[in-house]
Design a protein around this ligand. Structure first.
Ligand code: GDP
Ligand code: IMO
Ligand code: MG
Length: 461
């Protein structure tokens, strides 16, 4: 049995915490997409762990796998493993030989493309980690894979093909002289070859590379439990999100099969848990029909409309929830929960259960709202439309809920679901009913113990 953890919204829903919560009985925790654009937080025993590439199961000592669907920056992977070792953990991470490598020029290109787009206010607001350019090269069949680092001849051939193309792109298309860059070695075949050949040796010495499909299949055949840790979220999925304000991979449940080499049957036999933040946050650009206030540089039209009338409320939620990017430290845009977004997400992923987080952050407000539907061109929509242009024109119709007080959340977590304030339960049950998926867990604080566990997914008991 497998358990797949998927972000139901725009990322940062608290996926890391849920992986940690249910990870006790897992033997292996595998990421199936994304790279070090992810920032997953696990809080346990007063210690805060920030994980970008190492699967969150590392906090419980579980084997981590980065599947073929991931893009891996080996520099940040080794740095992160060292940081976690300094905190007393001993991460055991295996990387798929089919996973693609983020090379230094991918980061440079990510930055330049965002700069160029920003001249026309079209930037995505990426994390700058080189994610998009690496997936571009994967789809363009000119990428370098982890397995290529293990064979110097293959590595050199791949670099000799791709690097001159990137150099031409940067010089002839973007008009930037490589020698003017902070790191001209990012476009130098010899320098790249030396560094990445050594990285390949290090990966091999530490026995870190695997055929993920075979590794995970064998683990399951031995009776081990595999958990899949989605990164990002459904609305920034390259296919099902609000293109082009998306990441370049498939965080949705289908990605778990493609990104690891296990059959869709295996994923479907298991549980698919949708992680929902009790309100909404967004890092980066793109529409957000239930947005409260705005963030300069990210909220479309910010310059004309300014902070918006609900800025005070947005600031309150941002501060209470600590809504600043784990990776970039940027203030997150804040909005009310958006049901048309979540109905779309539930359809795409087929959630068998929900974990709804951050209920504590909303406590103390007189009333709490949820965007129940949208109005677009005089029609009511219950699910978000497929084009971002239409989504940007949707006006949310809100449903208002009575607020709930701040209580001793740790005690609530101990006592169980019925101890949650009644108004908060009304809020939670509305979400569950609308999505036709049962509530498995309710987050009432960042720590492992600050979670009300209603159900444990089959396979994680
Ligand atoms: P992820 O990317 O989905 O793993 O989420 P992040 O780690 O980027 O952001 C979630 C943030 O909220 C982290 O700081 C978590 O520690 C914190 N968090 C998770 N669940 C809860 C919750 O129920 N209540 C509160 N107050 N914080 C939470
Ligand atoms: P976790 O796993 C929130 C956003 C970026 C940007 C867009 C594209 O922590 O939930 P990219 O660097 O991927 O090309 O950026 O996607 N983004 C995230 N937002 N949480 C994340 O990850 C994100 N990873 C990428 O802000 O808008
Ligand atoms: Mg995050």
């Amino acid at each position: 049995m497998t358990v797949t953890i998927v972000g139901a919204q725009l990322g940062d829903e608290g996926k890391g915490g849920v992986v940690d919560l249910y990870g006790d009985t897992a033997d292996v925790v595998a990421r199936y997409q994304g790279g070090d654009n992810a920032g997953h937080t696990v809080v346990h025993d007063g210690e805060k762990y920030k994980l970008s590439l190492v699967p969150s199961g590392a906090v419980r000592g579980k084997v981590g796998v980065l599947g073929n669907g991931c893009v891996v920056n080996p520099r940040t992977l080794f740095d992160e493993i060292e940081t976690l070792q300094e905190k007393g953990l001993d991460p055991d991470v295996r990387v798929a030989e089919r996973a693609h490598v983020i090379l230094p020029f991918h980061r440079v290109l990510d930055g330049i493309e965002e700069d160029v787009k920003s001249e026309d206010d079209q930037e995505v607001g990426t994390t700058g980690r080189g994610i998009g350019p690496t997936y571009e090269d994967k789809a363009g069949r000119r990428g370098v894979r982890i397995g290529d680092l293990l064979d110097p001849d293959v590595l050199r051939d791949r670099l000799e093909y791709v690097v001159p193309q990137k150099r031409a792109l940067i010089e002839d298309v973007y008009g930037t002289d490589v020698s003017d860059l902070d790191n001209p070695d990012a476009f130098d075949v010899d320098a790249l070859f030396e560094e990445y050949r050594e990285i390949g040796e290090r990966l091999a010495e530490q026995n870190m590379t695997v055929n993920a499909s075979a590794f995970l299949t064998d683990a399951m055949a031995d009776g081990e439990t595999v958990m899949f840790e989605g990164a990002q979220g459904t609305i920034i999925d390259i296919d099902h999100g609000n293109y082009p304000y998306v990441t370049s991979s498939n965080p949705t449940a289908g990605g778990a099969a493609v990104g690891t080499g296990l059959s869709p049957n295996v994923i479907a036999e298991g549980e698919i848990i949708g992680i929902v933040k009790g309100y909404l946050t967004r890092v980066g650009s793109g529409p957000l029909p239930t947005e409260l206030g705005g963030v300069e540089g990210d909220t479309p039209g910010y310059d004309e409309q300014g902070d918006g009338e609900n800025e005070e409320l947005a600031t309150y939620i941002r501060e209470e929830g600590g809504e600043y990017g784990t990776v970039t430290g940027r203030p997150r845009r804040v909005g009310w929960l958006d049901m048309p977004m979540l109905r779309h997400s539930a359809r795409v992923n087929g959630f068998t259960g929900l974990a709804i987080n951050h209920i504590d952050v909303l406590a103390g407000l007189d009333e709490v709202k949820i965007g129940h539907s949208y109005e677009l061109d005089g029609e009511e929509l219950l699910a978000m439309p497929p084009t971002t242009e239409e989504w940007g024109r949707c006006e949310a119709t809100f449903k208002t809920f009575e607020g709930w007080d701040n209580v001793d959340w740790a005690a609530v977590a101990e006592e169980g679901y019925d101890a949650i304030p009644e108004n908060a339960r009304t809020y939670l049950e509305y979400i569950s009913d609308e999505l036709d998926a049962p509530i498995y867990a309710v987050g009432v604080g960042p720590g492992r113990e600050e979670t009300v566990v209603v159900e444990t997914p089959t396979g994680a008991e």
